[in-house]
Each structure stands twice: as structure tokens, then as C-alpha cells.
Write a protein that binds this ligand. Structure first.
Ligand SMILES: Nc1ncnc2c1ncn2[C@@H]1O[C@H](COP(=O)(O)OP(=O)(O)OP(=O)(O)O)[C@@H](O)[C@H]1O
Ligand SMILES: [Mg+2]
Length: 237
């Protein structure tokens, strides 16, 4: 592990705390208590609009990855200023992460952001014109998810089939065995089932740790797969 806690000390004096991103409950949680990372893989789970992307983008930026996605090398090519939140994120290093957090140059990692993934993969030489959306993601996992570093992902399952999601879990497992760390926003019951992963539920309450069995999305999927009609009757005429 590289990071054991992320936090923000205070809302900057020239910022309105009633406005985004400071108004998002999980950002308030980050301000109040920080976010402890207790396992090499942390999933952020929550409803649409709960703040997962706001959080993962800021964490990626805070670490030195470009908020539009790509690997640590891209940081030197991009002139995009950091967001107001990303600029203020601080990290407490895990014992084995001190070297990497100690210097910007030593920081390695990759940010996979669904909306701009194809752009990022193109820059990284994965020629997305020649491959499908999911194939591009798989190429990135195979070619980039190799070295210890911080790997931040925002809903990677959006592009992936069931089998490809399983392949991703294999890559994540290898990554963390080699000293890497993963922070992933997701709606996937498959990805969150990774043994040993930490699951943080993001919502109006802010952030709280939970388990796979307690996740509402897991229960919904169980019931839906067992009997789709029990849900469909509420939305179809
Ligand atoms: N650039 C922005 N400016 C203002 N508000 C924003 C911005 N980006 C997101 N928001 C708002 O912040 C809240 C959290 O959005 P965010 O994209 O982080 O949610 P999310 O949990 O990633 O949702 P989803 O599951 O749909 O991806 C939402 O209310 C959203 O409208
Ligand atoms: Mg999102």
C-alpha cells in the first residue's frame, strides 16, 4: 500500500462552502474526518450523483495524475490546472509508500476515467480507433497495470463484459501483490466482490465503510436476477 489516509484541511477562504465541490456530502466527510484506506483495494460505491467521480478525480489529481485520465507520465505533458479540490488533497503515506509520496518524480500510477478513457488510451499509444471501447480498457490493464503505483478508476465496468470484469480483478490482484494500490468508483457487484477489498459507501451521510453483503446494489441484483418481474412491474405499463 502507498496511501493510508487522504484528507483536506479546510475550505479555502475564497471558496463558497455551499457550492460544489465543497457542498458534496462525501467532500464534507473528507474535510471532517478524511478517508482512511485500510486495504490495497478501495471501492467507492453509491447512487448516481453521490460524489464518487468528484472524489476519485480529486484523489487522482492530488496524487499527481491528470484528472482527464492517463498515466503519471502524462502529467508532464498536460497544462490543465488542478481542480480546487485536487489541489488541496493531502495524503498520509503507508509505511511502504513513503518513498513514492516523498517526491512527485517517484509517483507512478494510472487514472482510468470512463468519459475520457479513449483519449487517454490514444495518448498512451493504445490506438483506440483499431480496438473497441472495452478492448482499449483491456489493453490498458495489460500494458499499464504492471508496476507498483496508485491506480484510480471511475466505473471501469462501463466498458467491460462479465468476462472482462473478471480479467480486471485478476490484474488488480496482481497489482496489489506487487505493492500497488487501487481506488475504484463502481456500481459493479462483480468488482466489489474482490476478497479483502475495502468498500466505502458514499451518499448523503458522507462516507461509511460497509461490506459486500450489506451493499444495496448486491441485494438488488440478487433479487432482479432471481425474478426480473418483481422490479419491472414498477416501471413498465
Ligand atoms: N463540475 C461540476 N460542477 C458543479 N457540480 C458538479 C460538477 N461535477 C459534478 N457535480 C455535481 O456533484 C455531485 C456529485 O457528482 P459526481 O459526478 O461526483 O457523482 P457520481 O457519484 O460520480 O455519480 P455517477 O454514479 O452518476 O457517476 C452531483 O450533484 C453533480 O451534479
Ligand atoms: Mg461518476
Amino acid at each position: 500500500m502507498i496511501i493510508e489516509r487522504a484528507y483536506v484541511s479546510a475550505v479555502p477562504s475564497d471558496e463558497d462552502e455551499a457550492e460544489w465541490p465543497w457542498s458534496v456530502p462525501c467532500v464534507r466527510g473528507l474535510l471532517a474526518d478524511g478517508l482512511r484506506l485500510t486495504a490495497p483495494v478501495t471501492y467507492l460505491v453509491g447512487e448516481n450523483g453521490s460524489g464518487k467521480s468528484t472524489l476519485v478525480e480529486a484523489l487522482a489529481e492530488g496524487f499527481g495524475l491528470d484528472s482527464w485520465g492517463g498515466s503519471h507520465d502524462w502529467r508532464y505533458a498536460s497544462h490543465r490546472p488542478k481542480s480546487v479540490l485536487g489541489e488541496r488533497i493531502r495524503f498520509d503515506a503507508a509505511p511502504r509508500g513513503r518513498h513514492m509520496l516523498g517526491s512527485w518524480r517517484a509517483r507512478k500510477g494510472f487514472f482510468l476515467r470512463a468519459e475520457t478513457a479513449l483519449d487517454a488510451l490514444d495518448r498512451e499509444g493504445f490506438a483506440p480507433d483499431a480496438v473497441s471501447h472495452g478492448e482499449g480498457f483491456l489493453a490498458a490493464f495489460r500494458g499499464k497495470f504492471l508496476h507498483p503505483g496508485l491506480y484510480v478508476m471511475d466505473e471501469p465496468e462501463a466498458a467491460l463484459s462479465f468476462t472482462s470484469c473478471l480479467e480486471l480483478l485478476g490484474h488488480l490482484d496482481r497489482l496489489v501483490r506487487s505493492g500497488g494500490q487501487v481506488i475504484c468508483a463502481t456500481h459493479s457487484p462483480l468488482l466489489t466482490a474482490l476478497p479483502g477489498a475495502d468498500i466505502v459507501e458514499v451518499g448523503d451521510h458522507g462516507m461509511r465503510r460497509t461490506t459486500w453483503d450489506e451493499l444495496a446494489l448486491v441485494e438488488h441484483w440478487r433479487r432482479y436476477l432471481a425474478d426480473p418481474r418483481s422490479y419491472l412491474r414498477h416501471v413498465l405499463d
